[in-house]
Design a protein around this ligand. Structure first.
Ligand SMILES: Nc1ncnc2c1ncn2[C@@H]1O[C@H](COP(=O)(O)OP(=O)(O)OP(=O)(O)O)[C@@H](O)[C@H]1O
Ligand SMILES: [Mg+2]
Length: 234
């Protein structure tokens, strides 16, 4: 059994079916990437794993237990963290306040974790007194990532962590993601930059219309002619 797994997830918004027996999984120390066209259901998979949307069938298992019945808050308390695709920072709070908010469920001293985030993202230390809304898009993504680190999660779900950032910042964020993976965290990430993301992924999923269309190692998917043609621009 994988560390985090969604098995045969079926989900809908109202009566509109979105996920059709979709399965994803990630191990500790592994980076798994979900790619696919807009509207494929990538963010929806994340929401089901987090318990923000109930699956009508299928299961979510985490650390050996079925957590399908747990609330989002309980899943977060158990070590899951989420960086959503949009509205992922508190714009009218400072960088440091955003990090403090991220750690609010902890009863112990969070200052060491804040320092670790600053080590990972030195620019955030420089801008710690600045409002998040005054940061660049890339810097805001770093705040969102850092905020998620504040609970010291064991699994991190990232929905398009490089949306709207320059290629250089994308490389920087990917390198930070590899650092946390190498530190033993399980990372599941949705990415629009499919080629670059699969390049660093241990495992990849191509999701189309809520179904697993291709699954393999990052390299296998990149070298698959059909995946190349349809999803990686040739
Ligand atoms: N809250 C909602 N209510 C109704 N339909 C929704 C809701 N959220 C998403 N959908 C629909 O579900 C489908 C899948 O959306 P989802 O956000 O999971 O796609 P995605 O693969 O993440 O797309 P993108 O790459 O654009 O982020 C889309 O058709 C979308 O319109
Ligand atoms: Mg999405």
């Amino acid at each position: 059994m994988a560390y985090l797994e969604g098995n045969n997830l079926v989900a809908s918004y109202g009566v509109v079916p979105i996920l059709h027996e979709c399965s994803v999984e990630v191990e500790k120390g592994e980076l798994a990437v979900i790619v696919g066209p807009n509207g494929a259901g990538k963010s929806t998979v994340m929401r089901v794993l987090l318990g923000m949307l109930d699956a009508t069938s299928g299961s979510v298992k985490f650390d050996g237990k079925d957590i399908s019945m747990l609330s989002t808050q309980e899943r977060i308390n158990h070590g899951m963290a989420f960086v959503p695709q949009t509205k992922n920072v508190f714009p009218s709070m400072t960088v440091e306040e955003n990090l403090q908010m991220g750690g609010f469920i902890r009863k112990d001293d969070i200052s060491k974790t804040i320092d670790e985030v600053y080590e990972l993202f030195p620019i955030l230390h420089e801008k710690r007194k600045q409002l998040a809304e005054q940061l660049s898009g890339g810097q805001r993504q770093q705040v969102a990532f850092g905020r998620a680190m504040m609970t010291r999660p064991s699994v991190m779900l990232l929905d398009e962590p490089t949306a709207g950032v320059s290629p250089i910042v994308m490389d920087e964020i990917f390198s930070n993601i590899l650092d946390v993976r190498n530190a033993g965290m399980a990372v599941l990430m949705v990415e629009q930059n499919a080629q670059q993301a699969l390049n660093i992924a241990d495992k990849g999923y191509v999701l189309v219309s809520g179904r697993n269309e291709h699954t393999g190692t990052g390299k296998e998917l990149i070298n698959n002619p059909e995946v190349r043609k349809k999803f990686l621009g040739g």
